[in-house]
Structures are given as structure tokens and as C-alpha cells.
Design a protein around this ligand. Structure first.
Ligand SMILES: Nc1ncnc2c1ncn2[C@@H]1O[C@H](COP(=O)(O)OP(=O)(O)OP(=O)(O)O)[C@@H](O)[C@H]1O
Ligand SMILES: [Mg+2]
Length: 272
């Protein structure tokens, strides 16, 4: 049985991305498509090029060759700020939070709110009160109620809470899409469930998410489509409805290949 597909254009497309690090090939002609409103899981063995791929999309790496288009327009990101300005927020595999700063400061790192008027514009005075109020509202909106004080420094938070702050930051500022690289790798069962719920909430709000994960049950729980990365390129795209976890692992390792006609290269759910 085939899933109904919609004739939608991808929000994000990568074609033929190549990235080498000296003799090591990180990406070897990688493609990727993300459609509006979907959760796209990216899976693959260690070293398959998942992080390298999303770093290119996030502007953290510049591909040697290949094309990235956003809403049909060619983009060349030179730094993460370029991607951010286009509404792409990424939580990298190595969390980029500043442990010594408090939660509010972490949320607004690099885009601090200034006080209104001359003291903000000329003297660059920060509006700490507003950042704290808004940060705590954002965390509450995202259902992260376990943080006791917004003035707590991030180094005093648990791994899960830290992850939540990083995801919250992405959720608050990502206006087009959010990329999460292994967001639950270091988390316990309850904390992972919370991050998964955040991903579902984001999708319910119409925000597309790219989720990189090694955790198959989690991938099968939240993904609309599963992009399998192998040896620096896209080996197949399948769905939790058409393929089993064993199939996906077999594709990851090269033990199984999928005919193009049996792949989910287009969107499988309606954007809301
Ligand atoms: N900065 C770098 N310098 C040299 N080699 C790199 C660099 N970044 C990635 N690589 C290499 O590129 C390949 C792809 O790495 P990448 O981190 O994208 O894999 P991954 O799929 O994210 O793996 P994992 O599941 O372990 O996170 C690997 O062989 C890796 O060693
Ligand atoms: Mg990685």
C-alpha cells in the first residue's frame, strides 16, 4: 500500500554535496530533501556523514561542491549566522551552550535583547529582565517545567535540562526549520521522552525538523520519513510504514538496497 503523496516542493534541498577533510571523505555526493511540516530522520552508521551533511546546511561547514536550495533559492552559507538569518536553527552534536552563563543568557546568546531607547541603542544596555521573563515563558511553552530558576547557570543543570535549553533556543529562533543532531544521545528515558515530545510539538506547530539519531525506536516514533546516510551519501529514504527497523539497519550497513520506486523521496504527510 502506498502512502498518499502531495505535489509539494521541498523546503530544503541538497544536491551532490561533497566535503573532504584532507584524504578523508565526509560527504561523497550527498542529496537531501526536507518537505514542509515534516520530521525527517537522518540515520546511518558512525562516520556516514550525517553531522557533516547538516553542518553544511547549518553553515558550520562549506561544501567543496554541490548545491543547497532553500524555498527553491540557491544558498551559500559561509557561517552559522548566515543560516540562522534564513531561519535555520541547529543543535549540534556537541552542544553549543555556554556553561557559565544562565539559561536566559544562553537562550539569547548572540541576539541579546537591548533596553528600549537610547540606552539600548547607543549604550548597548541589555534588557536582562525582559530576557528572563521571555526565556522562562519560552521554556514553559515548550513544557520544560523542571528548571527551577531561569537565573541558574547552565553548568548546574542536568544533561537533559541542558539539552532542553539548547532545543528551546532552536525552537524559539528557528523560523523555517530546526536541526537536531543526536539530541537524546546523552539522555535518560524520561528526558528523551521530553525531547521527543518537543519534536512532536514543533511539528504540530508546522515547524519542520531534521532529527539525526541512532535510536531506532525514537526514529520510528517521530519520523515521517527516514533518510539513510551511508558512505557519505543518501542510500535510501523510507518510512516507518513501509520498512522495519531491521530493514533500516540493513540499508545502513549495505546489506539491503531499496529500489528507487519503493523509496519515499517525496512528502508523505500533509503540511499543516
Ligand atoms: N573536521 C573533520 N576533520 C577530519 N575528518 C572529519 C571531520 N569531520 C568529519 N570528519 C570525517 O568525516 C566522516 C563523516 O563524519 P561525520 O561526523 O559526518 O559522521 P556521522 O555520520 O555524524 O557519525 P556519528 O554517527 O559518529 O556522529 C568521518 O570519517 C569523519 O572522521
Ligand atoms: Mg555525527
Amino acid at each position: 500500500m502506498s502512502t498518499p503523496t502531495l505535489a509539494l516542493e521541498p523546503l530544503l534541498s541538497c544536491r551532490g554535496l561533497v566535503k573532504s577533510f584532507g584524504h578523508v571523505i565526509g560527504l561523497n555526493g550527498a542529496d537531501l530533501d526536507l518537505y514542509p511540516g515534516e520530521v525527517l530522520a537522518v540515520v546511518g552508521d558512525n562516520g556516514a556523514g550525517k553531522s557533516t551533511l547538516i553542518k553544511c546546511v547549518a553553515g558550520a561547514l562549506i561544501p567543496d561542491t554541490g548545491e543547497i536550495t532553500l524555498n527553491g533559492e540557491r544558498r551559500e552559507f559561509k557561517r552559522t549566522q548566515d543560516a540562522r538569518l534564513q531561519g535555520i536553527e541547529t543543535v549540534f552534536q556537541t552542544l553549543a551552550v555556554s556553561p557559565a552563563l544562565d539559561i536566559a543568557s544562553n537562550l539569547y546568546l548572540g541576539r541579546e535583547l537591548r533596553k528600549p531607547g537610547v540606552i539600548g541603542k547607543v549604550f548597548r544596555m541589555l534588557d536582562k529582565k525582559r530576557m528572563r521573563t521571555e526565556a522562562s515563558q519560552h521554556l514553559q511553552d515548550l513544557g520544560i517545567g523542571t528548571v527551577q530558576s531561569i537565573t541558574q547557570t547552565v553548568e548546574t543543570l542536568s544533561g537533559g535540562q541542558r539539552q532542553a535549553v539548547a532545543v528551546a533556543r532552536a525552537a524559539v529562533f528557528g523560523s523555517k526549520l530546526i536541526i537536531l543532531d543526536e539530541p537524546t544521545a546523552a539522555l535518560g528515558v524520561r528526558e528523551s521522552a521530553r525531547v521527543l515530545q518537543l519534536i512532536k510539538d514543533l511539528r504540530d506547530r508546522g515547524m519542520p525538523v531534521i532529527l539525526i539519531s541512532h535510536n531506532m525506536p525514537q526514529v520510528f516514533e517521530v519520523a515521517d520519513r527516514i533518510h539513510v546516510q551511508r558512505l557519505g551519501r543518501r542510500a535510501a529514504v523510507v518510512t516507518p510504514q513501509t520498512h522495519t527497523m531491521n530493514d533500516v539497519v540493513a540499508i545502513m550497513t549495505g546489506a539491503m538496497s531499496v529500489d528507487e520506486k519503493d523509496q519515499a523521496l517525496g512528502p508523505v504527510r500533509s503540511a499543516n
